[in-house]
Unconditional design. Structure first.
Length: 150
């Protein structure tokens, strides 16, 4: 299964699930139009049944949303942080942790650690670190390490 987060034609977030057959056939399986404005959509899987999206909301702030994926996709919880111009999200370490590297309101790279409750989807900010100037950001993980790119 592939889960996507996209800014739809109206400027709202849509989360979709897709199946991929052994022969490579891709079919849409489930969708949840979130119906809230979002740009710079990014997504990370925290388990086989839960994903977290990171977007820049209509106020220009970082917004994280947890989603449960089963027979359908449904919204769980929302959390946020301050103004951002760029963002990405990656799952890391043990199940339930995500990191969001962002270009914050000061134009600096800030990496924020979050923990996601596997049952309720509650998202709690753990810590953050701010370093050098960044205009674009991307993230990946290597085991328990977050690799930041600027």
């Amino acid at each position: 299964m592939v889960i996507t987060a996209v800014e739809d034609i109206t400027g709202d977030l849509t989360v979709e699930a897709w199946t991929v057959s052994a022969s490579g056939t891709i079919e849409q399986w489930a969708t949840n139009p979130a119906e809230f404005p979002a740009s710079i959509a990014s997504i990370a899987a925290v388990s086989s049944s839960q994903v977290v999206t990171a977007v820049r909301n209509s106020a220009g702030d970082l917004q994280l949303d947890s989603w449960s994926v089963g027979a359908s996709i449904w919204h769980q919880e929302t959390a946020g942080a301050g103004a951002v111009s760029q963002l990405d999200i990656t799952a890391w370490a043990d199940s339930g942790h995500v990191a969001t590297p962002v270009s914050n309101s000061g134009g600096k790279l800030e990496v924020i650690d979050w923990i996601v409750n596997p049952t309720t989807g509650a998202i709690v900010r753990q810590s953050s670190s701010t370093v050098v100037a960044a205009s674009q950001v991307a993230a990946s993980t290597i085991g328990t390490l977050v690799s930041r790119h600027r």
